[in-house]
Design a protein around this ligand. Structure first.
Ligand code: APR
Ligand code: PHB
Length: 394
């Protein structure tokens, strides 16, 4: 098989790229290790910035998102037993976020791909990437006991944190930055109405908690837990009990509980790879960077990498210029580091770090107190949380 772009990985990044390239008349194939159902079964955050909403529209898949997505103009921060609203909309001159699950984003992209008759190779095993330091890269994979090869002009590494593309870049050409946090997030999904119409980020003496949602009838909640905890140790009842203890009295009284339909523990990590281009192979999304989930920036960053990459490839084919390709890594990394900085900072603000001692706790409380009582402080939180514009600083 020969295509212009071989996309390794069929998560949201790979699928969004596939759709944007298709719209521009560029021929691409997606090679995915898992089945489509497996990909859709992964529960991830679902808070879309305006740039991500615009990209879904540009890709021609925004219809259901606009019909079912929930527009949020603010969120609550809870500390010392009291909730304080960050009025994002007012503080940012009218910007909002959209709550729409990553599963739904991926499903809409998959459906559009299928409707357009585009090729996705699912259950491809032993995927390997070759010759991306030449003008004729190749991707090899196995399926149904046979080895296949795809010739292409470019490889897009959209294969997530554990993918093969980053791992295939020459070690001498790559620099990785990493921070692992000393706790995880235990998450529960349940068919219960959300405790509040907006999200609540809670810093309680028992640890962080987050009240999120997927729809008016489906909730997503998280608890900060020690890395040593196992998901089997947490019955639904124990989860709800602990969540209640981390909320304010009003939310505690309003909380509707029910059986979990998904329960998992995720570690928290900050991670960035530099650069994101190796000859004719590009990394995008989780393949190149991970943020801790506080602030839900992961999907939004993946989407903006894809925006820059699709623009660069479209320029290459239509305008015969390599300027976009040459700028890709630098352009992405500027945006990524800003979001990495915010996600790290917001994680530090809202979680408990006993290792920082009593003085660390006092500093945290003073910072929270400052942020919500200062217009400048609150605006800085809101501006980053809502997402900085694509052309920020340009
Ligand atoms: N070959 C083919 N596909 C692979 C390989 C491989 N060797 N390794 C991984 N994959 C696939 C995975 O099965 C997965 O479907 O690549 C896809 C990567 O998808 P994601 O991990 O969802 O990453 P990405 O598309 O970049 O989306 C970023 O994920 O972690 C969240 O918060 C993050 O929302 C953000 C989103
Ligand atoms: C989620 O809904 O899963 C979610 C929302 C906001 C976050 C993280 C996760 O900051």
């Amino acid at each position: 098989m020969r295509v212009q772009v071989a996309i390794v990985g069929g998560g949201p990044a790979g699928h969004l790229l596939g759709q944007l390239l298709y719209k521009a008349g560029i021929d691409a194939v997606i090679i995915e290790r898992q089945t489509g159902d497996y990909v859709l079964g992964r529960i991830r955050a679902g808070v879309l910035e305006q740039v991500c909403i615009d990209l879904m529209d540009e890709a021609g898949v925004g219809k259901r998102m606009h019909a079912e997505g929930l527009v949020h103009g603010g969120f609550d921060m809870l500390f010392k037993g009291e909730r304080h609203r960050i009025d994002m909309n007012r503080l940012t001159g009218g910007k909002n976020l959209m709550v729409y699950g990553q599963t739904e984003v991926t499903r809409d992209l998959m459906d559009a791909r299928k409707a357009a008759g585009l090729t996705t190779i699912y259950e491809a095993s032993n995927v390997t990437v070759h010759d991306f330091d030449t003008a004729k890269p190749r991707v090899r994979y196995e399926k149904d006991g046979q080895t296949h090869e795809i010739e292409c002009d470019f490889i897009a590494g959209c294969d997530g944190f554990h993918g093969v593309c980053r791992a295939s870049a020459p070690r001498s050409a790559i620099r990785e930055y990493e921070k692992i946090y000393p706790f995880g997030w235990l998450g529960i999904l349940s068919n219960t109405p959300p405790v509040h119409e907006e999200l609540i980020y809670a810093n309680s003496p028992r640890g962080f908690a987050l009240c999120s949602q997927r729809s008016p009838t489906r909730s997503r909640y998280y608890l900060q837990v020690p890395l040593t905890d196992k998901v089997e140790d947490w019955s639904d009842e124990a989860f709800w009990q602990e969540l209640r203890l981390r909320l304010d009295p009003e939310a505690r009284a309003k909380l509707v509980t029910g059986p979990s339909i998904e329960k998992s523990i995720a570690p928290l990590r900050s991670f960035v790879t530099e650069p994101m281009r190796f000859g004719r192979m590009f990394l995008a999304g989780d393949a190149a960077h991970i943020v801790p989930p506080t602030g839900a920036k992961g999907l939004n960053l993946a989407a903006t990498d894809v925006k820059y990459l699709s623009s660069a490839l479209i320029e290459f084919y239509q305008d015969k210029t390599e300027a976009g390709i040459d700028n890709y890594s630098e352009r992405c990394l500027r945006r990524i580091w800003r979001a990495e900085r915010f996600s790290w900072w917001f994680t530090g603000l809202m979680h408990r770090f006993p290792e920082n001692g009593e003085i660390g706790q006092k500093f945290q409380e003073a910072e929270l107190d400052y942020l919500i009582h200062s217009e400048a402080g609150a605006r800085s939180v809101a501006e980053n949380y809502v997402g900085l514009p694509l052309n920020f600083g340009e």
